[in-house]
Design a protein around this ligand. Structure first.
Ligand SMILES: O=C(O)CCC(=O)C(=O)O
Ligand SMILES: [Fe+2]
Length: 413
């Protein structure tokens, strides 16, 4: 959809649109500032004083008073091994956290678990470094079909001073024609392709029409990690072989899924129940859950991800774990059809989400990355040493230009 059409659509009263599409339009509309009081925000939950078998009931009231969402705060298991947990945000260096870490369960969306501020600042920085560095072969990115990317990957070429190197188009891309630079048709998600056409660089070098590493970096939209998934055919390609997940991503996501108190999520009484037949074998997840495939989404400020269900895995009930880094965003999550009104959740850098059981079959999407929302500790000027990076500055600058990174992993079998 062109930018013009999109703007017109956003201001026209929706008639035959599904509830999900209406919500997407509302949050995508850039003609005024988004009303964030309409997004579920853990900071605005009113918690009851009493706990009930370790769980605390809360209510989030929407800013316009039209909506109330009941939720439960449930205690997490031990996250020390992965260095995660809300308690680690505030405790001094070297002090042990743990014990008070929690997740939020929202009964209206069974199987959805929200972990606000679960990644401490230093861990967020290390994950930004890791995800950008792993956008390279053998992991594939959406740009690999179109360009013969540097063997070290775009990001690593950029950080080692190769920004002006010319990147040739592949034979496939040449057949498609000029100006096409991106393209998951799928999960479709069309992580916004706007702005994806190249402006020819000025000056003698590189040659007119040539594309450089510098040009392509903002067009990087996604990279596969683990088993390779083809977003065009929507199938895993197991004959490409298995590539281990980036180690920190693996550690954090595995720990989140293993340490979630699933009995509170899937119990038949409060706070949440899992309806339906495919009751997941959640009792085993704390010992055996092991993600082996995933995607890293690199959003720029104007990008969005349209509503979809991730359903390619053989094991369609075990947890899909997702981490947010960089700019904040609005995530929409609804029901098994697009007519169910979705809940808008404000996702900040350092938040995690799990979708498991029935939660694996609900529509979700990301209509909005929020301008001006990058935390100070991720800016280029922050001067703490960062695991895996000689120089944080380039990472910070990439984020400052409007980036949000999401990594989400699952277990294929
Ligand atoms: O960016 C997000 O938070 C969600 C991404 C997602 O749903 C997907 O990649 O399938
Ligand atoms: Fe998804």
């Amino acid at each position: 959809m062109s930018r013009k059409k999109r703007t017109a659509a956003a201001t026209t009263a929706p008639t035959n649109l599904t509830a999900f599409r209406c919500a997407e339009r509302l949050w995508k509309d850039r003609s005024s500032n988004p009303d964030l009081s309409l997004a579920f925000d853990p900071r605005r939950i009113l918690w009851e004083d009493e706990t009930f078998e370790g769980r605390t009931r809360g209510v989030w009231p929407s800013g316009d008073g039209a909506q109330e969402e009941v939720c439960w705060r449930v205690p997490m298991g031990d996250l020390a091994e992965a260095g995660m947990g809300q308690t680690r945000w505030w405790k001094g260096k070297g002090r042990e956290g743990g014990g008070d870490d929690y997740a939020i369960v929202i009964p209206r969306i069974p199987g959805l678990v929200f972990f606000p501020r679960i990644l401490p600042e230093a861990l967020q920085r290390a994950l930004v470094v890791e995800t950008l560095q792993h956008a390279r072969r053998p992991n594939l990115t959406q740009l690999d079909k179109l360009y013969d990317l540097p063997s070290e990957g775009l990001w690593n070429a950029w950080t080692t001073g190769k920004g002006e190197e010319v990147v040739e188009r592949t034979a496939d891309a040449a057949a498609v024609g000029p100006g096409v630079t991106a393209g998951p048709s799928a999960a479709a998600n069309a992580l916004g392709l706007e702005g994806a056409t190249k402006t020819a660089p000025k000056g003698a070098e590189p040659a007119q029409g040539a594309v450089t590493v510098r040009d392509l970096l903002p067009k990087l939209r996604w990279a596969n990690v683990g088993w390779f998934y083809d977003w065009t055919t929507k199938r895993y390609e197991f004959d490409r072989g298995f590539v281990s997940l980036p180690p920190l991503v693996h550690l954090c996501c595995r720990a989140l899924a293993r340490q979630t108190p699933w009995q509170h999520v899937f119990s038949n009484d409060k706070p949440s129940s899992l309806s339906g037949k495919a009751s997941p074998d959640w009792r085993r997840w704390k010992d055996v859950y092991d993600p082996d495939a995933g995607i890293v989404n690199f959003y720029q400020l104007k990008d969005s991800l349209t509503s979809h269900v991730d359903q390619a895995e053989v094991d369609a009930v075990s947890p899909l774990v997702s981490l947010s880094l960089g700019h904040s965003s609005v995530f929409l999550v609804g029901g098994t059809d697009r007519d169910t009104p979705p809940l808008a959740i404000l996702l900040r850098s350092g938040d995690g989400l799990c979708m498991a059981g029935a939660g694996r079959r609900v529509y979700h999407g990301l209509p909005r990355v929020l301008e001006g929302s990058l935390p100070v500790y991720l800016r280029a000027s922050q001067d703490e040493a960062v695991q895996g990076a000689d120089d944080w500055r380039l990472y910070g600058e990439y984020l400052e230009r409007g980036a949000r990174i999401n990594v989400n992993v699952r277990s294929v079998f």
